[in-house]
Design a protein around this ligand. Structure first.
Ligand SMILES: [Zn+2]
Length: 242
């Protein structure tokens, strides 16, 4: 078990043995934990013991605690008093809240991006979608998951509003957890052709179409999740008050 957790946390390109030549800083540990969570190598509910993580990264427990607190602020980690830290497990209700928030935020992101669009930004978006397509062709599941989420963060970063970008980073990270919890088997988080269509609408400065596409895209992701067990069968109030 310890071996598999070490493997999940190791940077994919780091060579065995060579990775221990220097102690990783807090930001490096943060990035490795975050990537392992976002790529679904560490699954929701996984215990993140301070001692084990301190051993794995060869740093103090205080440094681990600092990183876990940061990840808790980003809602990727849940800290339970007396029990420790776990990879967060968003509830179906939290998942629906996240998609409702994204339906509000992302049309605004797209509008602002079109207003500030440059050829360089457009080229960067097209390069990103090309990387997504390459990952799909290679069957690289980890890269597909990560790049799908990063596409939406990139839209917000290129839109040039730092508050929107920060909100999108948090929303996309939680979405990644939600997908690993509730996605129907064999479904992907984002359909690559929908990203390409969205970029075409952005390139044409067609705000209405781009906003419609982004809303539909988010609805497709939400529909691919299993968030509605029993179609409201757990709504005791409406069932019992009849
Ligand atoms: Zn997407």
């Amino acid at each position: 078990m310890a071996g598999s957790k070490s493997a999940a946390l190791r940077a994919p390109q780091a060579g065995d043995g060579a990775a221990h030549t220097s102690r990783p800083g807090a930001s490096d540990i943060h990035a490795r934990l975050q990537n392992a969570i976002l790529e679904h190598r560490l699954l929701p509910g996984t215990k993140l013991g301070e001692d084990r993580l301190a051993d794995i990264f060869a740093v103090s427990r205080a440094r681990i605690r600092q990183v876990l607190t940061q990840l808790a602020h980003a809602q990727l980690v849940e800290i339970v008093p007396q029990r420790g830290a776990f990879v967060a497990c968003p509830s179906p209700e939290q998942a629906r809240d996240v998609f409702e928030a994204r339906q509000v935020v992302e049309p605004a992101v797209v509008q602002r991006l079109i207003a500030t669009l440059t050829p360089a930004k457009l080229a960067q978006l097209r390069r990103h979608v090309a990387a997504e397509t390459a990952a799909r062709l290679a069957g690289d599941q980890r890269a597909i998951i990560r790049l799908s989420g990063e596409f939406h963060v990139l839209l917000a970063e290129l839109a040039g509003n730092s508050a929107l970008a920060r909100a999108m980073r948090d929303l996309c990270a939680v979405t990644c957890l939600i997908i690993s919890l509730y996605n129907a088997p064999t479904r992907h988080s984002c359909r690559s052709d929908e990203h390409a269509e969205l970029i075409d609408a952005i390139a044409q400065h067609d705000v209405a179409k781009a906003q419609q596409l982004v809303r539909e895209h988010l609805a497709h992701i939400e529909q691919s999740l299993v968030l509605w067990p029993g179609e409201g069968g757990d709504d005791l109030e409406s069932i019992l008050r009849e």
